[in-house]
Design a protein around this ligand. Structure first.
Ligand SMILES: CC(C)(COP(=O)(O)OP(=O)(O)OC[C@H]1O[C@@H](n2cnc3c(N)ncnc32)[C@H](O)[C@@H]1OP(=O)(O)O)[C@@H](O)C(=O)NCCC(=O)NCCS
Length: 209
């Protein structure tokens, strides 16, 4: 068992703590957060170890980012830059009830939650979240800091560029590119490529301001 510290102590952190514990190879020794996050300690019995300034006191623990947003945001990227840990310190967390193809590649800091499927030849970038039941078909490329929300589906050979957010139940056509920093709303069906930084909703997906 390797020691693991979660950065963040809120809702997403609790899911990640339980996922890491289910994986049975991590000893979750605590979380760091500027807030006390008493619900996390009360519910899971996991202690707050301080803030991310206290991480150097745990030089042998692996770390995982447990802070999330339901939008396109630099919060996660900024935390990773601030803690400035080598890639080897970042854990990869995979729920035992997820399927990850042996030929798929997961980068450091990637998180795969229960029920997710990552198919042959897919690659998942650093610090991505592949949420509950999301389906990543063969040869999909997911960039860094992408969040694929529950039950979203990415068709084979599609490419999701960095920092994008794919909402709950959204569908991305096979072999299509979703440009950087795109926010795909829940339930959208993305059937063509848009410029970077757009918010897309509906069937077929259209841009909203
Ligand atoms: C697209 C989204 C980001 C827009 O949120 P918002 O900026 O707060 O926008 P609003 O809710 O004010 O909606 C703006 C308009 O778009 C419509 N709209 C919002 N989301 C929509 C969606 N997913 N599909 C279709 N229409 C949508 C609203 O009905 C509203 O229409 P109106 O102006 O005619 O009333 C949000 O609705 C969404 O889908 N977020 C992702 C949620 C998610 O995946 N959560 C997972 C948690 S793990």
């Amino acid at each position: 068992m390797q020691n693991l510290i979660v950065i963040g102590g809120g809702e997403l952190a609790r899911v990640i703590i339980e996922t890491a514990q289910a994986q049975k190879c991590w000893n979750v020794i605590g979380f760091v957060d500027p807030d006390p996050c008493i619900e996390t300690t009360r519910r899971l019995g996991v202690e707050r170890l301080g803030t991310d300034d206290d991480l150097p006191a745990y030089p042998h623990a692996r770390i995982i980012l447990g802070v999330g947003t339901i939008k396109v945001s630099d919060i996660r990227r900024n935390i990773v830059a601030r803690v400035a840990m080598p890639a080897s310190r970042w854990a990869t967390i995979i729920h035992p009830a997820a399927y990850v193809s042996p030929s798929a590649i997961l980068s450091p800091g990637a998180i795969v939650l229960a029920g997710a499927v990552i198919c042959s030849g897919a690659s998942i970038g650093s610090h991505c979240i592949i949420n509950l039941g999301a389906k990543i078909d063969h040869d999909v490329h997911v960039g860094s800091f992408v969040h694929v929300a529950p039950q979203a589906a990415l068709g084979g050979g599609s490419r999701i560029e960095d920092d994008s957010y794919i909402g709950m139940g959204a569908i991305v056509r096979d072999h299509l590119t979703v440009s950087q920093r795109t926010l795909v709303g829940m339930g959208a069906v993305v059937s063509k490529t848009f410029a970077p930084g757009k918010t897309l909703v509906g069937l077929p997906a259209r841009e909203i301001k």
